[in-house]
Ligand binder design. Structure first.
Ligand code: PYC
Length: 319
């Protein structure tokens, strides 16, 4: 609990409509080690950032935080720990794109390749001269194909389990139509699927929880995208973008099915019809390196004040 007025410097961006609030100053020290080790200390030392920065009245449920860290390897551009309304998350490509544009805005990087350390591995981001950002993600793969679960109220739902920096259950052909007007129904459906997966003991590798459910439907405009998705994230909010780690999981599944050749471009739109372009580089062991490109815009900069007298300084219902 903070006793004196605290200041936390944040820079906001959005990637295809999905916000990233980068913490660039005044954050608690998470100590030494790689980003996975530091993420392990987030709950004890920095959890208050979630409510203070992402919770109402300053933020809102769908915001993703990006805690900028000194990299463990000084030859890398940055380290980052992503967090959302539920806690720290693994990878986050929309957030990486936002962070890269933020680092550019801060004058720390220019066009070119930049390695960013995350709790799930190092990703290589390329900031294009025209402003787009492409990210070569961590190795991604499908671990289970065609898993059927009984979902109360919906019947049998079949999907694939895949890793793209987070664990996803990818569903096509079940649930409400993937349309912006159906977000409430899609949230209900994906929450029910998530609960059914947990109840049935369906997990990622080593028992890791599947904490993202991704539903696919036809694109709004087939001349600009190949598919439209809806992605429910841990904490029960949905990604406004096409979700870069979810796109990576999709690319890994398409490649495993022989539907995406190395280098072939897949255009994945999200629920707002903003889209990422993705392709794969096979790694030869059933895994691929997905390369996902998109655009992010810095849209705010502020000094957050944590006033000890403010009852909602850690958010409504926060710490
Ligand atoms: O773009 O990878 C992503 C992401 C994960 C959670 C929210 N966005």
């Amino acid at each position: 609990m903070k006793a004196a007025l605290e200041m936390v410097k944040v820079i906001d961006s959005h990637t295809g409509g999905e916000p990233t609030r980068a913490v660039v100053g005044g954050a608690p020290d998470l100590g030494a080690g790689d980003m996975a080790e530091r993420r392990g200390r987030f709950a004890g030392r920095a959890d208050w950032l979630r409510g203070a920065l992402l919770g109402e009245p300053r933020g809102f449920g769908a915001m993703v935080g990006a805690l900028l860290c000194e990299p463990a390897d000084p030859s890398n551009a940055a380290g980052v720990i992503f967090f959302n309304n539920a806690g720290p998350i693994g990878g986050c490509l929309h957030g990486t794109m936002g962070l890269v544009k933020t680092l550019e805005y801060m004058g720390r990087i220019g066009p070119g390749q930049h390695r960013v350390e995350t709790p799930v591995g190092v990703v290589t981001a390329t900031l294009e001269a025209g402003g787009a950002v492409s990210v070569a993600n961590v190795p991604s793969y499908r671990s289970r194909r065609g898993v059927a679960v009984e979902v109360p109220g919906y019947g049998e739902v079949c999907g694939d389990v895949a890793w793209g920096g987070n664990w996803f259950f990818l569903v096509e052909g079940s649930g409400p139509e993937v349309e912006y007007g159906n977000t409430r129904e899609l949230l209900e459906f994906t929450s029910a699927v998530m609960a059914a997966l947990a109840a049935a003991g369906v997990s990622g590798e080593d028992g890791a929880a599947i904490d993202h459910v991704e539903v696919f439907g036809p694109p709004g405009d087939p001349s600009v995208a190949d598919s439209r998705n809806f992605v429910m994230c841990p904490g029960g909010e949905y990604d406004r973008s096409a979700c870069g780690t979810g796109t990576s999981a999709k690319l890994a599944c398409l490649h495993a099915d022989g539907k995406l050749a190395p280098g072939q471009v897949w255009r994945q739109s999200g629920i707002l019809d903003t889209f990422f372009e993705g392709r794969v580089e096979p790694l030869g062991d059933g895994k691929v390196t997905p390369v996902v490109s998109g655009r992010a815009w810095v849209n705010g900069e502020c000094q957050v004040l944590i006033d000890p007298g403010d009852p909602f300084r850690f958010g409504i219902g926060g710490a």
